[in-house]
Structure formats: C-alpha cells, structure tokens
Design a binder for this molecule. Structure first.
Ligand SMILES: CSC[C@@H](O)[C@@H](O)C(=O)COP(=O)(O)O
Ligand SMILES: [Zn+2]
Length: 216
C-alpha cells in the first residue's frame, strides 16, 4: 500500500490520538528531559510494508505544536517532505511493528524502570509473581509468573535492535532497555497505554518488593 492511498481521515485520527496520549503522559511527568517517544500505525500491514506516525526527535514533549509528529515507512524513512527528524529510536519501532504487526508503540523512561533494569540486568529479565495487574497483558493464569525481557542499551541505537529481535516474546507486550526505558505495544493505542501503565506499576512493585524482602 502506498502512503498516499491511506485515507486522510485515518491519518488525522492517528495524529489526534497520539497528541492526546502525549499530553496525558506529559501531564504525568513521563517525558523527563525530552525522553520517550510514541508511534501509531496507519493503513494496512505487511511485515515488509507499513507506515506509522512517530514523535519528532528531541522535542519538549510537554508542549503541543504542529511539528510534534511525522509519518515514516517500514524502514523509518519520512513519507512526506519535512524538516522534522523522526525519533532517534525509530529503528526500534520499525522492528517491533515488523515482528508483531501491532498498532501502537509507547516508550517512556522512568526511575523505576531504570532501577529494575539494572538490578535484574544480569538475569536479563524482571520477574513478577502473581500480581493482579499481570492480567492487563491478557494473562489470566492463577498466580501467573512473568519475566519481562531486558536487553542491552547502546548509544548507537541500531545496535540495540538484534537483541530485541531475539528476545521479544509473544506473551509479553513489552521489552525493557537496560538503564534506558520500557517499550510497550498493543493492537491499538488503548491497549498500548494499558500495557505501558501495567509495566510501570509492576516495575515499581518489583523494586519495592526487593526492598521489603531485604528488611524483613
Ligand atoms: C534525552 S534522553 C532520551 C533519548 O536519548 C532517547 O532515549 C529518547 O527516548 C528520546 O529520543 P527522541 O529522539 O526524542 O525520540
Ligand atoms: Zn529512550
């Protein structure tokens, strides 16, 4: 499918939805120091052909401007002439869409996601046992156990991608970059937001649980 063939109404709907979630996350202090990025897919999906809107790189994400987002293709190349630069982490979004066919991907940095990624870094996953919010991932087992994958972080962002390819798990809609932040995705924006919020809750829980265990 060509980008030009995707309905204008769909592109506008995606930009409105991204603007709204960006304002919501910003109001909750989730984009410290311009960190974080958001994307949402438009049009049809094939693993080697898709398009999505993504936040422009390096912007103050607490502000709402006409230059907050641009559309890119499956290789991260802008679909239209623009002076905006897509997020420096666009290649990560490209790979997650390619592997999952999901509809939206949200990435945030937080103190808790950074702390647990380092604390559990050597075991390469954050373990969570039997916490109700695991159901946010559509995992309904009694006393479910999950391991959220942790991958290495590199300043050269494309170097991060191969480990994401290896470690992404169909059951867990997220991946944690060590001392960097969480990527969460879903079929649509509603689901990606639910997953991101659940990960943040579970990371804070995991952190506090380790502290409690140490003092009892
Ligand atoms: C300013 S620190 C955060 C960045 O290095 C990066 O990790 C990030 O999340 C935002 O990058 P961006 O290019 O604005 O999408
Ligand atoms: Zn980041």
């Amino acid at each position: 499918m060509n980008f030009a063939d995707i309905a204008l109404e769909e592109k506008q709907r995606v930009l409105r939805e991204l603007s709204s979630v960006k304002a919501d996350f910003a109001a909750r202090g989730m984009f410290a120091g311009t960190s974080g990025n958001l994307s949402m897919r438009v049009g049809e999906f094939q693993p080697d052909s898709f398009h999505f809107a993504i936040t422009a790189s390096g912007k103050d994400k607490s502000l709402s401007t006409p230059e907050d987002f641009l559309f890119v293709d499956q290789s991260g190349k802008p679909c239209e002439t623009t002076r905006l630069k897509p997020s420096a982490e666009t290649v990560i979004h490209c790979e997650i869409y390619r592997l999952t066919g999901c509809g939206a991907i949200y990435h945030t940095h937080s103190v808790f996601n950074n702390l647990v990624s380092e604390y559990f870094g050597d075991r390469k996953s954050v373990p969570v046992d039997g916490v109700e919010l695991i159901k946010a991932f559509n995992i309904w087992d009694e006393e479910a156990h999950i391991d959220v994958p942790i991958v290495s972080n590199f300043a050269d962002v494309p170097r991060i991608v191969p480990e994401i390819t290896d470690r992404l798990e169909s059951r867990i809609p997220g991946i944690l970059l060590r001392k960097h932040g969480i990527y969460a995705w879903g079929r649509d924006g509603f689901e990606a937001k639910r997953h991101l919020e659940a990960f943040e809750f579970l990371f804070e829980y995991a952190y506090r649980w380790e502290l409690l265990k140490a003092i009892r």
